[in-house]
Design a protein around this ligand. Structure first.
Ligand SMILES: C[S@@+](CC[C@H](N)C(=O)[O-])C[C@H]1O[C@@H](n2cnc3c(N)ncnc32)[C@H](O)[C@@H]1O
Length: 176
C-alpha cells in the first residue's frame, strides 16, 4: 500500500517526523519507549494517517511484518549511553529491518574529534564498530548545524542544540 517506509528510532515527541508527514505515499513509523514522550508524539501526529507510533525500544520491537522492508531508518540524536550499551543488539535489529537498498542514518552531537566527554566518544566508536560488523558501507562525516536536515533541526534536541550553540555534529550513513 505504501511506496516507501521510514523508521524513526527514539523519536521523542515526534517533531522530527513532521517535515515528512505530508507525504501520503510514505509510511512513517516512530518508536519511543517513554510514556510521556510517546503521549506527546501521539498528540503531535494525530492528524496523519500515514504515521504509526509504537511505544517500544528498538531492541524489543518484534517488527515481524517489517523485516527487510524499511527503506530509511533514522536515529536522530540518540542518548549516547544507548550507542554503546545496546550497540550489538540494536545494529543487528536495524540491519534486519533494512530493505535491500535501504539506508540507516544517524545524527549525533557527539564528534570523534573534539566532543569533550571521552566516554561519549568511546560510545560512538563502539557503535561504529558494531555497525561495521553488520554492513558493507559506512560513511562518517562531521557536519555543522546548517548541514543538518530539517527533521533534525526541528526535533526537540535540534532546537535545544541551536539554543545552546552546539555547532558540530556527526553524520553516519550505513548501507547493507
Ligand atoms: C536524546 S532523545 C532524542 C529524541 C528525538 N529524536 C530528538 O531529537 O528530539 C533520545 C530518545 O531515544 C529514546 N530511546 C532511548 N533508548 C531507546 C531505545 N533502546 N530504543 C528506542 N528509543 C530509545 C529516548 O526515550 C529518547 O526519547
Amino acid at each position: 500500500m505504501y511506496k516507501t517506509k521510514a523508521l524513526f528510532i527514539g523519536c521523542g515527541d515526534a517533531q522530527e517526523l513532521l517535515p515528512l508527514a505530508d507525504q501520503q505515499e510514505q509510511l512513517l513509523i516512530g518508536l519511543e519507549p517513554t510514556d510521556e514522550l510517546f503521549a506527546r508524539a501521539c498528540d503531535n501526529l494525530k492528524d496523519f494517517k500515514n504515521v504509526l507510533l509504537i511505544k517500544q525500544r528498538i531492541q524489543d520491537w518484534e517488527a515481524a511484518e517489517y523485516l527487510g522492508d524499511i527503506d530509511q531508518i533514522f536515529f536522530i540524536f540518540p542518548t549516547p549511553a544507548v550507542l554503546r550499551g545496546q550497540a550489538k543488539v540494536n545494529t543487528a535489529k536495524i540491519f534486519s529491518l533494512l530493505s535491500q537498498n535501504g539506508v540507516f542514518i544517524l545524527y549525533t552531537e557527539v564528534t570523534l574529534t573534539d566532543w569533550p566527554d571521552p566516554d561519549d566518544r568511546a560510545r560512538l566508536q563502539a557503535f561504529l564498530q558494531s555497525l561495521s560488523e553488520e554492513c558493507l558501507s559506512i560513511t562518517v562525516a562531521e557536519i555543522n548545524y546548517e548541514q543538518l536536515p530539517l527533521m533534525a533541526k526541528q526535533s526537540h534536541c535540534g532546537i535545544l542544540f541551536k539554543a545552546h550553540n552546539i555547532t558540530k555534529f556527526t553524520l553516519i550513513e550505513a548501507k547493507k
